[in-house]
Design a protein around this ligand. Structure first.
Ligand code: HEC
Ligand code: HEC
Length: 223
């Protein structure tokens, strides 16, 4: 619908140029290039309604109808920054972030599909989660807020913000994410299974298993 409408607009914009060109004896074809960039620009705008259709048909089974997955191994996507979602999908597609499950789904998506889907999930509110491990949550909070200074482990809050909302475009949102998923990603960054972020490889390299479990549990309850 939308691209059809934008074609009409482009055609309407092109019409006076065409009339002008014809009046001055130029070939009508001369006006065509003027219409093309306008149509392309309109098509490149993310379309959340298109994104919702695609998401509902393919992705919702694992990530939840609104992007709030109920399965601990499948990440919540709701309210995530669109730039981060697009980056991950591009990297799954290219094999830069490895996931046998996601590579297949991402390779079916064009850049425009990715932008559309990201525009849909980002506007849904993330469902808050809960920390479960009373003994570990204090350790998790300490690491999240202050890092581990004597081992040069940076505070997570410095990049992901104190409440875990992240910093749009640059640092992803973490708050409320499933602890199992977060722990699995930290282990993957540390052990080389996920190599798409030198910054996170650096951070995770020095975390031991207990610290990973603690900070993942804290993040699940963060809001
Ligand atoms: C069969 C289940 C399944 C389906 C269907 C699925 N995903 Fe995933 N998705 C996963 C799993 C599991 C992961 C975690 C991969 C990993 O371990 O790195 C994931 C990860 C992601 C991530 C990375 C999130 C983050 O926080 O880094 C994005 C984005 C994503 N999926 C989007 C989609 C989109 C868009 C679709 C539909 C086109 C889709 N997924 C379909 C299971 C699925
Ligand atoms: C120097 C900045 C920085 C610091 C400090 C940092 N992160 Fe990150 N983190 C990032 C960036 C950038 C990404 C996005 C990586 C990508 O693009 O794939 C990320 C991604 C992540 C992810 C993956 C999110 C997802 O949905 O898959 C997790 C989990 C994570 N960080 C946890 C942490 C934890 C826990 C700490 C503290 C121990 C921490 N980060 C400290 C920059 C940082």
């Amino acid at each position: 619908m939308k691209s059809f409408a934008s074609l009409l607009i482009a055609a309407a914009l092109a019409a006076p140029a065409l009339a002008f060109a014809q009046a001055h004896g130029a070939a009508p074809a001369a006006s065509a290039p003027a219409a093309a960039p306008a149509a392309q620009q309109a098509a490149a705008k993310p379309d959340a309604a298109e994104g919702e259709k695609r998401f509902t048909a393919v992705c919702a089974a694992c990530h939840g109808a609104d992007g709030n997955s109920g399965v601990p191994a499948n990440p919540k996507l709701a309210q995530q920054h669109p730039e981060y979602i697009v980056k991950q999908l591009q990297e799954f597609k290219a094999g830069k972030r490895q996931s046998p499950v996601m590579q297949g789904f991402a390779s079916q998506l064009s850049d425009q599909d990715m932008k559309n889907i990201a525009a849909f999930v980002t506007k849904n509110k993330a469902k808050p989660g809960f920390a479960k491990d009373k003994d570990l949550v204090a350790t998790g909070e300490r690491i999240y807020r202050g890092g581990v200074p004597d081992r040069q482990i940076a505070a997570c809050a410095a990049c992901h913000s104190p409440n875990g909302a992240g910093i749009p475009a640059q640092y992803p949102r973490l708050s409320g994410q499933h602890a199992d998923y977060v722990a699995a990603q930290l282990v993957a960054f540390r052990d080389g299974g996920r190599k798409n972020s030198p910054q996170m490889t650096d951070v995770a390299a020095k975390l031991n298993d207990r610290e990973i479990k603690a900070v993942a549990d804290y993040i699940a309850g963060l809001r």
